[in-house]
Design a protein around this ligand. Structure first.
Ligand code: SAM
Ligand code: SF4
Length: 330
């Protein structure tokens, strides 16, 4: 078998695979899902555990994938998660998880045992009432318990992803950072992107990186961290001279598309070359139709070649993708 690369015509090479394991979720974050949830994918359309692992293996062995991150929807609701993590780890790649941490208190030890290398937990506030308001569920304490279990299981350093919403938690950025530093978690703020199913995002409504800095700098001294950013989306800053850091992922106002090294696989087996892609490539149909590993790899290479230069959110012609974030895999 020949080793190929997932290269596009702008010279970028994807080595970081994001795999969505389900489009379902047990929270209803207002920037992601409507209160009533969504029409979930029919189960026969969702890749089986073996199918997921086969596609991951094709990515790793034939296409140069070096990191695999499992996400969703909420990946912890997928029954086969620990097994999938273990089989991915056995391929010799860095294996990580993005989760809302509900149920992590039960799963952390098994995930660590299966070889999970890193974990990102999404948490936008350390106030129980604000958590309830944003996620529409009263589960704040479960997230805290999940975080503690992950730390106890040796899954650190744990990263926390936070989205700020105007008039909801945008005044809580310093409080969140103080808490994260005290607990030893690495906090990163993510600008809200137009990927919610309800199409409620607006450029004027979103909290920009500039505003996040302005809020934080009222209470902390931020200095750019020394290490080069590379393809990492977060701009890192030392807090009050360090060693603690805070990251800001300015996907909208300071896009990093030129350095992107990602590719995504949805729970129903579609390759997406960008979060904002409007086209997908159906690996599930090929796989279930009897394609060889080589044929799957070839399809994947073609899908990546068409990756656009940037997400184009600021273009007048920008169209939000049909799939919301929860069905793409954030
Ligand atoms: N359920 C898991 C979680 O929340 O971590 C994994 C999936 S979730 C879609 C992945 C990440 O996307 C989370 O950190 C979440 O905050 C972020 N996210 C969801 N909708 C977003 C949006 N419209 N803009 C920016 N980030 C968003
Ligand atoms: Fe669920 Fe994650 Fe979306 Fe929140 S951000 S609704 S936890 S998928």
């Amino acid at each position: 078998m020949t080793a190929r690369k997932l290269a596009d015509r702008f010279g970028r090479v994807a080595t970081d695979l994001r795999v969505s394991l389900t489009d379902r979720c047990n929270l209803r974050c207002s920037y992601c899902m409507p209160a009533e949830g969504l029409d979930w994918l029919p189960s026969e359309q969702v890749l089986t555990d073996d199918e997921v692992v086969r596609l991951v293996r094709v990515g790793v062995e034939l296409l140069g994938i070096r990191e695999v991150r499992f996400t969703g929807g909420e990946p912890l609701v997928r029954r086969g998660l620990v097994d999938i993590v273990g089989r991915t780890h056995a391929l010799g790649v860095e294996t990580s998880l993005t989760t809302n941490a509900l149920g992590l208190s039960r799963a952390a030890r098994a995930l660590a045992g299966a070889g999970l290398d890193r974990i990102n937990v999404s948490l936008d506030t350390v106030r129980s009432d604000t958590f309830h308001q944003i996620t529409r569920r009263d589960r704040f304490q479960d997230v805290i318990a999940g975080l503690e279990a992950a730390r106890d299981a040796g899954l650190g350093p744990i990263k926390i992803n936070a989205v700020l919403l105007r008039g909801v938690n945008d005044d809580q950025a310093p409080e969140l950072l103080r808490w994260a530093i005290a607990e030893g978690y690495e906090l990163r703020f993510i600008e809200q992107m137009p990927l919610d199913a309800q199409h409620g995002w607006s450029r004027d409504g979103m909290v920009t990186a500039e505003e996040i800095f302005e809020r934080l700098e009222r209470e902390f001294v931020l200095t750019p961290a020394a290490e080069p950013r590379g393809s990492a989306p977060a701009e890192l800053f030392r807090v009050d001279g360090g060693p603690a850091t805070v990251g800001v992922i300015a996907s909208v106002t300071r896009p990093f598309c030129g350095d992107c090294d990602r590719v995504r696989l949805t729970a129903d087996g579609q390759v997406r070359n960008c979060l904002f892609a409007r086209e997908e490539s159906d690996l599930r149909a090929a796989l279930r139709g009897g394609a060889t590993d080589e044929e799957l790899a070839e399809r994947w290479v073609v899908a990546m070649a068409g990756k656009r230069a940037g997400h184009g959110i600021d273009d007048p012609t920008f169209l939000q993708p049909d799939r919301p974030m929860s069905a793409i895999g954030g």
